[in-house]
Design a protein around this ligand. Sequence first.
Ligand SMILES: Nc1ncnc2c1ncn2[C@@H]1O[C@H](COP(=O)(O)OP(=O)(O)O)[C@@H](O)[C@H]1O
Ligand SMILES: [Mg+2]
Length: 228
Amino acid sequence: MITITNVKKRYAGGRKGFWALDGVTLEIGDNEFVAITGKSGSGKSTLLNLIGTLDTVTSGNIVVDGKDISKFSGRKIAAYRNKTVGFVFQSFYLEPSYTVYDNVELPLVLAGYTGKKNRPRVEAALEAVGLGDRLKEKARNLSGGEQQRVAIARAIVNDPRYILADEPCGNLDSANSENIMRILANLHTGGKTVVMVTHDPEDAQKAERIVTMSDGKIVSDERRSKNP
Ligand SMILES: Nc1ncnc2c1ncn2[C@@H]1O[C@H](COP(=O)(O)OP(=O)(O)O)[C@@H](O)[C@H]1O
Ligand SMILES: [Mg+2]
């Protein structure tokens, strides 16, 4: 469970008196599929980055599975990013010269696991995104949609509880977007908590809950019926 309480964020060097987040309170339960939506600049990515410990709050706190993540040391932050959350970004961030296998294996290597025993986990993650047959391909040879699927495999290879996706379909055409949304919905059905930032209302409709932001605040929080 993620409990966000009165979180404010001001960027150093930002406009005077401007809050990227201006008192956000939000609870995300286990196995929810939440879309965070709103106009560009409303604070969506800032909020997701704070949940992912890619940035730190100015005030307020974020408690994940009973632990205040803003109090984490460097070592705990590294472990949290590696094992508790899996990040998916708009621009994939694969290592283009690495193979698909090596890209997906990277979080396992960073966690201290190396060698052949990683193979079943890497293969299972790639099979979950429909790329079990592309292990040896260089990442740069894949289409955008395929690269994003590899990025999702990399995000799930350590079996994190939380998938944090920031505009995962932002660089994709509609067919590929639909595919990525289906994969995220499947991960949710499989037990993951999925928090997805999107400015696309159609993608947001795929989630069970739509949180809308404006000017650094939550302006609506709508729970919908389960995915059909
Ligand atoms: N590193 C930064 N430094 C200064 N201002 C920032 C930084 N990151 C984001 N902002 C500002 O914070 C606001 C919210 O940004 P962001 O969370 O990226 O919005 P969204 O993801 O909803 O488009 C914007 O006005 C943006 O310009
Ligand atoms: Mg953003």
